[in-house]
Design a protein around this ligand. Structure first.
Ligand code: ZN
Length: 629
């Protein structure tokens, strides 16, 4: 099916975005001087560009063959099977043809040939998308009763059952041809608020330059603001850059509010046009996620902010700050700068996964042996880190390893994605092998937790233990607590629009202020300027109702981890099997159902309480270690 291709390629981009670990400032080196075992072996995909060219030609031919099947799908189950099988072969090949130039560009952005070939692939994919836009509508002309019968009597269609059923499920919100045509006239216009937001926040934004206490001048850009907050030990300097940075957004608060209002108005119009009761329902329907999941998340976190406040108070105490502000939340509380050579990191990551069994550990050893990971930074290489599957070969991981503790965890995180992909590909037919973002970050965060516990067991050094605990605590604070706060805000504003109530800068500021009060209580001084934070969170304007997934992934992973850890004997084996089966299940069901089989019901408070309790315990442990210093 044509739409699968787009779905997969899109997933790649999203997974990479989630795994973006920020720009790591370090010395660039010449790629040729790096040992081959620390670099990708792309010859496993294609021996050379000539082979890739042949693959490209073959893909083009297959696309023509699929496009030529228009009008045949309704002829019977065999004709349908023929079309789906051909699309599947095409999808498999597209991985190779897409990844080869993509990866060459990742390791060297200046590679002109790779850039040109990558553009050719993208143009080909987009032409194919247009040429096969008829597939879903044509399939849907087959009545569900007929399709059901075909599925029951044609074993070849079984691997495609889930995708087909999902297509029919969503049909309830597809309008008739004439109405769809009218809606399609607005598709470009619907992207306009986002474009205006991006222009206002990038091209037209004018950050002021401030003078810090050491006399240095800094422009209050996004990057400099984060850097000063994370490294400058002088609170007055942090206040200075915070005020300069936030006042830039405050200056345009009415324009930002109007843009956000237009996004919520658009979402509500689209939801109503497609027969949904709310914008939230419309948005979650794509993955068949019940509205209760989202509501449970925001409500449970709201009621359990005490551990966050405990941590904030502890930070204020250790830092010796009389008044603690949000801009004091990123500076380190100890001076721990130990480095970890790559060979040590691989050894620790390998040993840490032992609880997942021999088979799992052997897979990790294979992934670490060389050729799968592009380890070090080099001139022209893309920043950040990711794991990306290449169906039929193996997943490839990209790092910019810099010997920090944070990066040892990044390696563990990406290994989690890689083994998940391997297990899904081996245990699922191609059509249900790729998993959603919703379960993706469960596998990666699970391995981070394994590494944390392994490492804490290994070291008595209080400073190292503090650094480890903070690594985990900061992760939960940023990924679970803060994203839940943002998710809460999105839901509140969309609801106002659904109720026909006004959305102004004043209204948005008030919602944010209430949320910060609920989350932080009296543990931090509230700066009114902070209220306008809604203007600088680009996710709100780019992908509404997206950030909550960071929080649900973390919660699911915590609950599964606690469950395995708490059990013994055969019960432990069973819990472990349930988890491995989740990884093996790829995308063979809706993520809610997959997680349910692994023992996680996201429509109840249990998973959210699991991560909150974990956070609470980590903060207690941190306090114990700090007292030892
Ligand atoms: Zn990730």
């Amino acid at each position: 099916m044509g739409y699968n291709l787009t779905k997969r390629v899109l997933l790649t981009v999203i997974v990479s975005a989630l795994c973006a670990f920020g720009l790591q400032a370090q010395q660039s080196s010449d790629r040729d001087s790096i040992d081959a075992k620390y670099k990708w072996d792309l010859t496993e995909i294609y021996q050379n560009w000539d082979e890739w060219e042949a693959g490209f030609a073959k893909l083009e031919k297959m696309m023509d063959e699929v496009a030529a099947l228009k009008g045949t799908l309704t002829k019977g189950p065999d004709a349908l099977f023929h079309a789906l099988k051909l699309s599947e072969d095409l999808d498999m090949l597209s991985y190779l043809v897409f990844r080869y130039p993509q990866f060459h560009r990742v390791i060297n952005g200046n590679d002109q040939n790779a850039t040109a070939q990558f553009q050719r692939v993208n143009i080909l994919f987009s032409k194919f998308g247009t040429a096969t836009a008829w597939i879903n509508p044509e399939m849907l002309t087959i009545p569900w009763e007929t399709m059901k019968q075909w599925l029951e009597t044609t074993p070849g269609l079984e691997p495609f059952r889930f995708d087909i059923e999902d297509l029919y499920r969503q049909q309830a919100h597809v309008l008739d041809e004439e109405k769809e045509k009218i809606i399609s006239y607005y598709s470009g216009f619907n992207q306009t608020p986002r474009t205006i937001y991006e222009d206002l926040s990038t091209a037209d934004i004018d950050y002021p330059t401030v003078t810090l206490s050491d006399g240095s001048e800094v422009k209050a850009t996004m990057g400099n603001y984060s850097r000063v907050l994370a490294t400058n030990m002088n609170q007055a300097d942090r206040k200075t850059i915070f005020e300069a940075h936030y006042n830039t957004y405050k200056a345009n608060k009415n324009t930002y509010a109007s843009i956000y209002n237009s996004i919520c108005q658009r979402d509500w119009a689209n939801a109503q046009a497609r027969n949904y009761n709310s914008t939230l329902e419309a948005n979650l329907d794509n993955n068949n996620i019940p509205v209760a999941v989202y509501e449970n998340l925001v409500n449970t976190v709201r009621e359990n902010t005490a551990p966050l406040q405990k941590f904030t108070k502890l930070r204020a105490k250790v830092l010796g700050l009389e008044e603690y502000h949000q801009y004091d939340g990123s500076i380190p509380i100890t001076d721990y700068n130990e480095t970890y050579p790559y060979e040590d990191a691989t050894k620790m990551v390998l040993e840490s996964v032992a609880p997942l069994g021999d088979d799992y550990q052997k897979r990790v050893a294979t992934a670490l042996q060389g050729g799968w990971i592009d380890v070090f930074e080099n001139t022209g290489k893309q920043p950040g880190a990711f794991s990306a599957g290449v169906y039929g070969v193996h997943p490839y991981m990209m790092l910019n390893y810099n010997e920090t503790m944070n990066y040892v965890f990044t390696l563990g995180h990406e290994i989690g994605h890689t083994i998940h992909t391997m297990l899904a590909n081996e245990n699922q037919p191609f059509s249900t092998s790729s998993y959603t973002l919703f379960v993706a970050e469960v596998a990666s965060t699970f391995n981070e937790r394994l590494l944390l516990d392994y490492w804490l067991d290994k070291t008595d050094n209080p400073k190292e233990r503090i650094a480890l605990l903070l690594q985990a605590i900061n992760n939960i604070q940023g990924t679970f607590y803060f994203q839940s706060l943002l998710a809460d805000y999105e839901l509140q504003v969309h609801k106002l629009v659904e109720q026909g109530k006004p959305v102004t800068a004043e209204v948005l500021n008030r919602i944010m202020k209430d949320l910060f009060t609920t989350y932080y209580g009296d543990s931090a001084v509230h700066d009114d300027l902070m209220d306008v934070v809604w203007a600088r969170i680009s996710h709100f304007y780019r992908v509404p109702y997206y950030v909550y997934q960071y929080a649900t992934c973390f919660a699911s992973s915590a609950l599964i981890y606690d469950d395995i850890k708490a059990k013994t004997g055969s019960e432990k084996e069973e819990a472990l099997d349930r988890y491995l089966n989740l990884l093996k299940s790829g995308g063979n069901d809706y993520p809610m159902n997959q997680l349910m089989k692994a023992g996680v019901d996201l429509s109840t408070p249990a998973p959210y309480l699991a991560i909150i309790n974990q956070f609470d315990k980590l903060v207690d442990q941190l306090e114990v270690e700090i007292n030892k210093l």
